[in-house]
Ligand binder design. Structure first.
Ligand code: CTP
Length: 410
């Protein structure tokens, strides 16, 4: 499946901040998604980055001058109208004030007034300017108008001071854009609980029993569900990659912590997707102090952890499990589907090329009570969307088969 932004027309507005150089990377990353990108710059932005930099990447003329006869007298109107999303990055305090007031004295602001497309604003400025009540009020005005503010991060600023005001990273801006326009919002209004990562079971204060889960598959599902409009509660055991933005993150370490978090999160949820690798055993009694080397053998007494997903009983919740197997994939997965009371299980052979731990691809077999679908080798994001396609169908079937009084409440 193509990137959700493929084929979209994105208008990038660049105002006069040192972060304008990051807008070049943003334009380049947007092009890589398959989107087409037009750029409009304020005159002062061209003092930081030449329009030619953007033209070289986008292969389109850049609008910088409202009164440039070569650009056509209504370039700002056609650019504003013919776009699927308007992304202002970086947005200076001055630009944000202009957007909030509806000023139109430069090409960027005039174009903004002509667009009705979803708009994202990524502020970039000194902390003092960002935190000034005037800027905060302008940002609030934009939010109330439905503009999405991609919050700036903390870090070293142009002044050398450290504080909030650095423009969000291009990858984060693109993530937010995907969430806003990338897909039909077929999970809007749904709450999806996703578990990810590998639980760790402590042996003593410095050691644990762990597993090789990277968290990537669960995070891809959380990201995809977010992009399809769901409210996502991500219960994450330790992982090797950063969690996605725009989800409710509930970090846990052990299987018992994950169990408690899942039991809490599924109240009122529509689906539970258990992508976490949960340790089947924990140490019976964790040592209070670091266990010292004695030269003797050490025996750990392990006791079973509860099966989290099997313990969740609900008529309305769609339950999806994962099965990472090294042999007899289908037989093991079918047995788990029944034993754990799942609606769907996504099985993969972790010894197959491209499907091992930590990679960016996966080859899943989706098994439900009706049958088996073998998916091709896909990126984890694409595989996540295929799992969610099935979750959407299961949710629709569930609603259709519920008694009338239950559907009325939901
Ligand atoms: N799972 C769970 N609680 C556990 C163990 C696993 O909820 N204590 C979930 C996993 O998140 C996954 C599914 O059950 O969605 C299958 O996990 P897996 O480890 O393959 O199953 P086990 O029952 O542990 O079987 P085995 O380790 O014997 O293969």
């Amino acid at each position: 499946m193509a990137d959700p932004l493929a084929g979209k027309r994105i208008l990038l507005g660049v105002s006069a901040s040192i972060a304008a150089f990051k807008a070049v990377a943003l334009a380049s990353d947007l092009i890589k998604t398959g989107a087409s990108v037009d750029v409009v710059m304020t005159p002062n932005a061209t003092r930081f980055v030449a329009p030619l930099s953007f033209e070289a990447i986008t292969h389109r003329p850049v609008l910088t001058d409202l009164f440039d006869p070569a650009a056509g007298s209504i370039a700002h109107v056609s650019l504003g109208v013919d776009t699927d999303a308007f992304v202002v990055a970086p947005a200076t305090a001055d630009c944000i004030a202009g957007l909030a007031l509806g000023l139109a004295h430069d090409a960027l602001l005039a174009t903004a007034l002509c667009t009705r497309a979803p708009t994202l604003v990524a502020p970039a400025m000194e902390t003092l300017m960002l935190e000034h009540p005037a800027t905060q009020q302008n940002l609030e005005t934009l939010r109330q108008r439905g503009v999405t503010i991609v919050e700036p991060a903390a870090g070293r600023l142009a002044s050398g001071r450290v504080g909030r005001g650095r423009m969000a990273e291009p990858a984060d801006i693109i993530d937010v854009l995907r969430a806003k326009i990338g897909r039909p919002a077929d999970l809007a209004g749904r709450t999806i609980v996703v578990t990810a990562g590998g639980t760790q079971e402590p042996i003593d204060p410095v050691r644990h029993i762990g597993n090789r889960s990277s968290g990537k598959m669960g995070y891809a599902i959380a990201t995809a569900a977010r992009d399809r409009g769901a409210r996502v509660i991500l219960i994450s055991a330790p992982a090797t990659v950063p969690p996605p933005s725009g989800v409710e993150l509930r970090p846990v370490i052990t299987a018992l912590e994950m169990k408690a978090a899942v039991e809490d999160a599924v109240q009122g949820a529509d689906a539970l997707i258990m992508a976490a690798a949960v340790a089947d055993f924990r140490v019976a009694s964790r040592a209070e102090q670091k266990i010292k080397r004695t030269g003797e053998e050490l025996t750990l007494h392990l006791i079973p952890n509860p099966d989290i997903v099997a313990g969740i009983r609900s008529d309305t919740l769609v339950k999806v499990g994962f099965a990472a197997e090294t042999s007899d994939l289908l037989a093991h997965a079918r047995e788990k589907l029944i034993r754990k009371g799942l609606d769907l299980i996504a099985a993969n052979d972790v010894t197959a090329p491209g499907s091992g731990f930590g990679g960016d691809t996966n080859q899943l077999v989706l098994i439900d009570r009706r049958g088996t679908e073998v998916l091709p080798l896909l990126s984890k994001r694409e595989a996540a969307d295929r799992v969610l396609d099935r979750v959407c169908s299961l949710l629709a079937e569930r609603k259709a088969s519920l008694p009338l009084d239950a559907t009325q409440n939901g």
